[in-house]
Unconditional design. Structure first.
Length: 563
């Protein structure tokens, strides 16, 4: 096997191990759902965010499309808009009546030769990305696609594998140059629309396009795609044209949820309009965070929250948020004296027993290991040392909302909700047993659809391990919630799992442990001390109907920060 082959194949053990360990960055995608009210319009207008090497994509099956009376007009508008965008931004767009099924007889030998050279010694495929990470994903996903086809069909003959591999190479040569106009900078991504009959081979090729960052829509005139495998169908989202304008994807709407942060934010804004009774001093020992950074590029401004309708409930009155007094620079160089041996600061004023606990935890801080036995509630409450309170400040130095966060890494990465972190100019991080507030501007990753975000701080605490799913979570299972409701730092409550819900295609755990405003971003733990959810929301018209983003979504979003 040549060096080039070893670089690009997923099956290469060294490459795969380094990728798993986080030593190599890899291009990934996550599926972004549509509301379903106007599928063609949304597909045309929406450009998925690209952040932290992850691209949001749409993979849509639009069934019964031609039954709409204005179908032709909407398709014409889509073509016009996307072609104009292609000319302005060099982002590709292509719509075909159907995907070509038969290879031209005079070119078959050429594509067979390309496949044989690729299989034998890592020969080049008929398309090239200038971006090395994109190129790695291209070769990796091509091999993955062939294996998916073999696994789905259950046939292992080499001729069966080769025939599909050759056909995909033909499609790559036909469609990729028209779609991926920009192959160096990941700043624009294409859209592909096709009609006609789509069977397994065509469907897998469309999935291949999405894995490379392309939005895909299948215009199925009468019937859905001719794919029976449910796992394959789950890779895309099906929308019925007859259900437009009335389609409801979840039984519990987002409008019925109490977004724990929103009421507190509204109350804080009211308080800011009133004359301040007194100034609250901020400790001088703070940490230096000059700007918001993402691993792959220049500083970014913290994202703005998507517009939401205010919930119909009376806000809980919270204490007046602190402001930074004049003359205090929250990003002055820190004056820290790290504890000897580990670089982890021992909490000021901690009791002897707490110090001993920290000494024990310092030896474990490099790894978040789950307990091998159920913990009692006192032991679970001790996990609060790894839960932080987050104060979100605007450009005027005013704290306008607070939330919670969970230490998930010994490197200072904090997992919280997007609706907590959004709109912040910088953040104040408060740790248990610490009098000082430590400030940071580093918002390193976020996803508004999953409502998750990651902040970075120089402070370290023993991370809480993310649940790995060794046993399936069940209704009735006991859980513990830890957060900072109403500014009451690290409040612990217990309850049970009362259900599992899909809310706007995000997997949620419904639980009964009491929460209040400020709990957003806090930890939902099982009895072994594993993080099974990030507390997110509650329902107004009910008691103890609370929700947390589940561990699988967390692992997908933030798993790379825990290594």
């Amino acid at each position: 096997m040549t060096a080039k082959r070893a670089l690009y194949l997923c099956s290469n053990s060294t490459w795969a191990e380094e990728r798993k360990m986080g030593l190599l960055q890899s291009f990934q995608v996550t599926v972004r759902p549509l509301s379903g009210e106007d599928v063609i319009g949304e597909f045309t207008a929406t450009e998925g965010r690209y952040s932290n090497f992850t691209k949001e994509v749409s993979f849509i099956r639009y069934v019964g499309a031609s039954h709409n009376r204005d179908y032709d007009e909407r398709i014409s508008q889509m073509d016009s808009t996307l072609k104009r965008r292609m000319e302005q931004k060099q982002s590709g767009y292509l719509r075909v009546e159907e995907i070509a099924r038969v290879l031209p007889a005079d070119q078959t030998a050429k594509y067979v030769d390309i496949y044989e050279k690729w299989k034998r010694d890592g020969g080049k495929l008929p398309f090239h990305y200038q971006n090395e990470m994109w190129e790695q994903a291209f070769y990796c996903n091509y091999e993955k696609l062939i294996q998916m086809y073999v696994d789905t069909s259950g046939r292992r003959e080499e001729t069966f594998r080769r025939n599909f591999g050759v056909k995909v190479i033909y499609w790559i040569d036909m469609y990729f140059p028209k779609l991926f106009c920009e192959t160096l900078k990941m700043r624009s991504f294409p859209k592909f629309v096709c009609g006609g009959q789509v069977k397994v081979q065509e469907y897998l090729f469309l999935y291949f396009l999405t894995m490379m960052g392309c939005d895909v829509m299948v215009l199925a005139q009468e019937k859905d795609v001719a794919v029976e495998d449910k796992k394959l169908l789950a890779l895309s989202m099906m929308y019925q044209a007859s259900n437009e304008k009335k389609r409801e994807k979840v039984t519990i709407s987002r409008d019925s949820l109490r977004r724990i942060e929103r009421d507190q934010k509204q109350q804080a804004q009211r308080e800011l309009r009133r004359p301040a009774a007194a100034s609250h001093a901020v400790p001088e020992r703070i940490q230096e965070r000059p700007e918001v950074k993402t691993p792959q590029g220049p500083p970014q401004r913290a994202p703005q929250s998507p517009p939401q309708r205010a919930p119909q409930r009376t806000p809980v009155v919270s204490t007046q948020p602190p402001t930074i007094p004049g003359g205090v620079n929250p990003f002055a160089p820190p004056q820290q004296q790290p504890h000897r041996g580990t670089g982890i600061q021992q909490p000021a004023g901690a009791s002897v027993s707490r110090k001993r606990e920290w000494q024990r935890q310092e030896g474990q801080i490099q790894g978040a290991l789950p307990s091998d036995r159920p913990l009692d509630f006192v032991e679970l409450a001790a996990k609060a040392t790894s839960i932080v309170m987050i104060s979100v400040y605007n450009k005027k130095g005013q704290c306008f909302k607070t939330g919670s966060g969970v230490m998930i890494s010994s490197k200072g990465y904090i997992l919280t909700n997007f609706h907590v972190a959004c709109e912040g100019a910088y953040y104040g991080i408060r740790l248990e047993e610490e009098e000082e507030i430590f400030y940071t501007r580093e918002l390193v990753k976020y996803n508004q659809y999953h409502d998750l975000a990651v902040l970075k701080t120089d402070k370290a605490r023993p991370p809480i391990p993310i649940y790995r799913g060794r046993e399936k979570l069940v209704r009735g299972q006991k859980v513990v919630a830890i957060g900072s409701p109403l500014g009451l730092f690290n409040t612990v409550s217990d309850g049970i799992i009362s259900g599992f819900r899909k809310m706007e295609d995000v997997s949620m755990i419904q639980f009964t442990a009491p929460i209040s405003h400020g709990s957003s971003g806090g930890a939902l733990l099982d009895l072994y001390g594993n993080l099974i959810g990030i507390i997110t929301a509650g329902v107004d018209d009910g008691q103890n109907l609370n929700f947390a983003v589940d561990y699988e979504t967390i692992q997908m979003f933030a798993g790379g920060f825990t290594v």
